[in-house]
Design a protein around this ligand. Sequence first.
Ligand code: IMP
Ligand code: MG
Length: 191
Amino acid sequence: MRQPTKSSSTAGTTELGPVVFEAAEIAAAVSRVAEEIRSDFRGERILMVGVLKGALLFLSDLMRELADHPLTIDFVVVSSYGSNAHGRNGVRLLKDLDQSPDVEHVLLVEDIVDEGFTLSYLLNNMRSRKAASVRSCALIDKPFRRAVDVKADYVGLHAASDDFLVGYGLDFQERFRNLPHIRQLQSRVPT
Ligand code: IMP
Ligand code: MG
């Protein structure tokens, strides 16, 4: 399911569907990702770059799981623009890092990789700026509509379908980010 359009959501109703990932399952995935990161970075300091706003909860839980690892955090904000067959053709940086990623081991922290435009844009952006290394982690990989050949180095959860998901940071029109679990969104058009 594609993201419900604004017109269908105003004409019909948007309802929460079934829970796809329970809070405990999310916590276990975050913990496993933290373990992989800890073992790969071997004590090297990490600059964790959260992609706002969706990665807010994931980043907070992930950094707490890495309490014994040296790290700093920073944030970027991106937006997509333009329109093509997929509904868009570009990504724009609305807020850059506060600091230079120069000589840092950058770890991009994304909520979900769908078509892949956002992650691909951010990887290229960070790589062009003399970081010591650039890797990425995503809470959820949703590969069904991938338009750019990109894959996160660390993935917490694998979506089983291209259903639109909300909760644990993920929003629909800025709502539902505060759910502790992740659910499907269902749109109903009035009959
Ligand atoms: P991509 O550029 O298509 O990979 O899209 C990535 C961005 O689209 C994510 O960071 C989310 O903000 C948003 N997104 C994609 N799929 C979903 C979803 O199922 N729920 C909520 N946001 C989504
Ligand atoms: Mg979003």
